[in-house]
Design a protein around this ligand. Structure first.
Ligand code: URA
Length: 287
């Protein structure tokens, strides 16, 4: 099956669900979608790498339901009774310099920001979408911000764009649990607008600390918002896609946002080239 066929099949399935009155979709729990996403041919997948977790000779396993990241119920040891160090607007670097032993795990970071009020998006969110996936991933994907379905579930990329991102991850022979998926902003911008610069700035210390704790081999940015946040002098995504740059100690590969691909199927081939390049960089495969 070619990528375009996959995209068309995905769109047809999503349209069918919408006609049936289904407005929300958990990508990983829709049986037909799972079957569709699992049906990628080996020839369409990235070249295998020695350290890749999947067996490139067999079709990728159907996606497991993504683990819902529980917000830790108790303050991790050492944080109790302290004022929130980032609530005064300090950067992650400033915070770390002052509190080197704190927020040392994703759980404590998540707990710390469980009721974040650092920007106006807090007022309209249903759930804060912290991020999900492997805690030492080779690949980290960074999107823009949660949409309606993500806001409802508290998980990133579980709506229509998420179906396509999940398809791309599976086509690489990976699962959502092998990578980490996060967003620039953790709360849904109303009406799915792009996050405002002040919202991105307010949320950035969380993403920054996530990067430090995860320490991925490669960060893949999806769309213009994370590209411009990590590389302010970048031109638009169409010019920059596939061109690796450095952000602090991490290589970053920008590519199209999957929502863009749902509207512009002619960009899917470039996207797939970018994903295969990302796989090679992250897993050290020469293919
Ligand atoms: N778009 C994003 O940028 N992030 C999500 O989590 C979902 C859609």
């Amino acid at each position: 099956m070619k990528w375009r066929t996959v995209l068309e099949a995905l769109e047809a399935r999503l349209a069918e669900l919408a006609r049936g009155g289904i407005q929300t979709l958990n990508v990983a729990s829709d049986p037909e979608l799972v079957q569709l996403l699992a049906g990628f041919p080996a020839g369409e997948r990235a070249a295998p790498a020695a350290e890749a977790p999947a067996d490139p000779g067999s079709p990728p396993a159907p996606p497991r339901a993504p683990p819902v990241p529980e917000i830790p119920q108790a303050e991790p040891a050492g944080l109790a009774d302290r004022a929130s160090p980032l609530d005064s607007g300090g950067s992650a670097a400033t915070f770390q310099a002052k509190h080197p032993s704190e927020l040392q795990t994703l759980e404590s970071l998540h707990f710390h920001f469980r009721d974040c009020q650092r920007c106006a998006l807090a007022g309209s969110r249903t759930k804060l979408v912290f991020g999900v996936g492997h805690d030492r991933p080779r690949l980290m994907f960074v999107g823009e911000g949660p949409g309606q379905e993500e806001d409802r579930q508290g998980l990133p990329f579980v709506g229509r764009a998420g179906a396509l991102l999940t398809a791309g991850i599976l086509a690489l022979g990976l699962t959502r649990e092998d990578v980490y998926i996060a967003n620039m902003v953790k709360c849904r911008p109303p009406g799915n607008r792009n996050p405002a610069p002040e919202e991105t700035a307010a949320c950035f210390p969380i993403l920054s600390r996530q990067m430090e704790l995860l320490d991925p081999a490669l960060i893949v940015t999806l769309g213009n918002v994370p590209l411009k946040a990590l590389n302010p002098s970048a031109r638009g995504i169409t010019a920059e896609r596939g061109r690796v740059f450095e952000y602090r100690q991490w290589p970053v590969l920008p590519t199209f946002h999957p929502a863009y691909l749902l509207r512009n199927a002619n960009a899917i081939d470039s996207w797939w080239l970018d994903l295969k390049q990302a796989f090679r960089v992250a897993y050290g495969s020469g293919g």
